[in-house]
Design a protein around this ligand. Structure first.
Ligand code: PLP
Length: 287
């Protein structure tokens, strides 16, 4: 396995960063998770746009142009000779001293890791997930925008801990006003009264690439998709619930905080979207 690390390709064993890297010391940096389907990188342009916007928002300079980084990522995929994989791109503030000052970090560290997939087990797509809502809140958009995919994932980690303690594999975060925001690493949709609903950006969620692909697909299939805030009550009483994310794709949720969703099995509309999404992922990719 070859990893791109600051202008070099190194083996996994040799892929090491300094303990003075501010990505490690302060979570100062941004990242992306991208899928490769049959050798095609899914929605690369959208991922690059989000990465560069995340970096811009925290005043972090990525030492490559978008085109250069796109090529580096494609080369890393090729070097690893994989058809279906998950790519992790990390850009941290780089090596500085122990102080917080990012201006002492001369150059951002750039890492590209390509790995075989580790997604939810196949059975879970047939049975659906049981999830909970947790006390951890999404950070407010005016503090650190959830649209910035930063290396500060502590609230997401806390969501996973709460989920683990409750013996479920994922959980939903609410925002500070109590509206449903998103999962620890996925966006959320409900299907109610014949329409799909997903929280709008201002509720406080990552602008998910899979979310946007699913919205496109649902509209193409003739569904109405509303970006509207909703509460836990709306989730409990929805006909269908599902999560979307690069790793998870589209996965049905069948129980939330003990409330059975619909008839307790993945819904027909969710399944239609998942089938169409899987058809489309190869088509939408770029070599
Ligand atoms: N929300 C959060 C917090 C995430 O980390 C992710 C995963 O990347 C998502 C949502 C889903 O976004 P995407 O579909 O772009 O992977």
């Amino acid at each position: 396995q070859w990893i791109f690390l600051n202008d070099q390709y190194v083996t996994k064993e040799n892929a090491k960063v300094s303990v003075y890297d501010h990505g490690f010391l302060y979570g100062d940096g941004v990242f992306e998770g991208i899928r490769v389907y049959s050798g095609n990188i899914f929605r690369m342009k959208e991922h690059m746009k989000r990465l560069y916007n995340s970096a811009k928002s925290i005043l972090l300079t990525i030492p490559y142009t978008e085109d250069e980084l796109t090529e580096i990522i494609a080369n890393t995929v090729e070097k690893n000779n994989v058809e279906d994989a998950y790519i992790r791109v990390v850009v941290s503030r780089g090596v500085g001293d122990l102080g917080l000052d990012p201006y002492k970090c001369a150059k951002a560290s750039v890492i590209v890791i390509v790995e075989p997939l580790s997604i939810f087990p196949k059975e879970l797509y047939e049975t659906g997930l049981e999830i909970i809502t947790v006390a951890t809140r999404r950070n407010r958009p005016d503090v650190l925008s959830p649209k910035v995919k930063s290396l500060n994932y502590l609230n997401n980690v806390l969501v996973r801990i709460e989920a683990h303690l409750a013996n479920v594999s994922e959980a939903l975060m609410l925002n500070d006003q109590g509206y449903v925001a998103e999962g620890s690493a996925d966006n959320v949709f409900i299907f109610k009264d014949g329409s799909f609903l997903t929280p709008p950006g201002y509720v406080g969620a990552l602008d998910g690439i899979t979310r946007n692909a699913v919205i496109d697909i649902a509209k193409e299939l003739g569904y109405e998709v509303k970006e509207e805030p909703f509460t836990r009550h709306d989730v409990y009483t929805a006909d269908e619930v599902f999560l979307t994310g690069t790793a998870a794709e589209v996965i049905a949720v069948v129980k939330v905080d003990g409330r059975v969703i619909g008839d307790g099995a993945p819904g027909v509309h969710t399944n239609r979207l998942l089938a169409k999404f899987r058809e489309r992922v190869v088509m939408d990719g770029v070599k």
